[in-house]
Write a protein that binds this ligand. Structure first.
Ligand SMILES: C[S@@+](CC[C@H](N)C(=O)[O-])C[C@H]1O[C@@H](n2cnc3c(N)ncnc32)[C@H](O)[C@@H]1O
Length: 325
């Protein structure tokens, strides 16, 4: 794990994709949807059931839109990363924080981590905020499940191993692989985090309750290491067998019970803030609320708030006679 020092321009390791390339990606996704249940669901069940006029506008945005518009119209591969990374960078920029850290817990072959890096490079270019990407994995695949709480009906020991050398070579300089059981790699990671590059987004994809419980230790460092709200994506709450007594849901419930001033809860009203409402990822976005963050202390004084009242001018003043005509 190394603290990167390159500027955001140095970090943009590849040029932005052209309209033609983006259109090519769309055609490729449509072709793959014929044989891929997940892609079929996303395109035909989530997307094409949205209003026709919004899908027509989205075609124009896909070809000519800037990154912010493409993310607003759910046109970026792994929208569940694109929305949080842009959101996190914008939250940082608004506070004059020039660098943030983002994490993927559970990397496997690394397709998600590479998508995360591509999006991070685009967001750096769009916002000027530098992004450090960290991927945590054992590289040897899933450990032994402890019991039913790890959903052994879905996953088993040794699933999802990594080809470490190939992935290392494909990663850009701003990405870091932290190899080993998360229990052993988190302390060193927390020691590397700093208020100059606070944790702003975490994707949890370790599948097991037991592994997620260990990973949530990363949220227990000093408050200055975090944005006041850290975006959290929960990958493993979508199976029909998901329930509050197993998996990620159980790990989060226990975390919330154990930590008084750190709470993980759904991102408030996110669906109402999105153009396309059907997307499943919306229900998988949570926020770690860092309740002991300095920004949340009463002693911090900001500019006072006032509320306008446009109705007051319309009311008759006391003693004013209203003309009956
Ligand atoms: C479903 S895979 C991740 C897939 C990846 N996020 C993607 O989108 O391509 C889950 C990964 O979590 C890792 N994992 C599970 N428990 C772990 C633990 N306790 N420590 C480190 N890695 C763990 C496994 O090695 C596996 O590669």
């Amino acid at each position: 794990m190394t603290a990167a020092t390159a500027s955001s321009t140095d970090r943009q390791t590849r040029p932005a994709r052209s309209s033609l390339q983006r259109f090519g990606t769309l055609l490729y996704a449509l072709k793959r949807a014929r044989n891929d249940k997940e892609k079929y669901r996303k395109i035909f069940i989530e997307r094409l059931t949205e209003p026709l006029h919004l899908n027509l506008i989205a075609c124009g945005v896909l070809l000519f839109g800037k990154l912010r518009h493409r993310i607003a119209f759910d046109l970026v591969v792994r929208q569940q990363f694109a929305f949080p990374i842009l959101y996190a960078a914008e939250q940082a920029a608004a506070r004059n924080i020039r660098r943030i850290s983002i994490v993927e817990f559970g990397v496997a072959s690394g397709s998600g981590l590479l998508n995360m890096c591509t999006i991070a490079a685009d967001v750096m270019r769009a916002t000027g905020v530098e992004i450090e990407v960290y991927g945590f994995d054992s590289t040897t695949g899933m450990p032994t499940p402890i019991d039913h709480r790890d959903h052994p009906e879905h996953w088993q020991e040794g699933d999802f191993p990594m080809d470490v050398d190939r992935l290392q070579q494909a990663l850009p300089p701003f990405a870091h692989l932290l190899i080993g059981d998360v229990e052993s790699t988190i302390p060193a990671f927390l020691a590397t985090l700093s208020p100059e590059a606070p944790l702003a987004f975490v994707s949890l994809d370790l599948d097991y309750y037991s592994s997620t419980k260990k990973a949530l230790e990363a949220f227990k460092g000093p408050p200055g290491l975090y944005m006041p709200s850290v975006v959290v994506y929960l990958d493993d709450i979508v199976e029909d067998s998901t329930n509050p007594w197993c998996g990620e849901n159980l790990a989060i419930r226990e975390f919330n019970e154990e930590t008084e001033l750190r709470k993980i809860a759904p991102f408030p009203l996110l669906r109402t803030k999105r153009i396309f409402k059907n997307a499943r990822w919306i229900d998988q976005i949570y926020l770690l609320q860092v309740l002991d963050h300095e920004e949340r202390r009463p002693k911090i004084r900001r500019q006072g708030h006032t509320l306008p009242n446009e109705y007051i001018a319309l009311r008759p003043r006391a003693g004013q006679v209203i003309d009956a005509d």
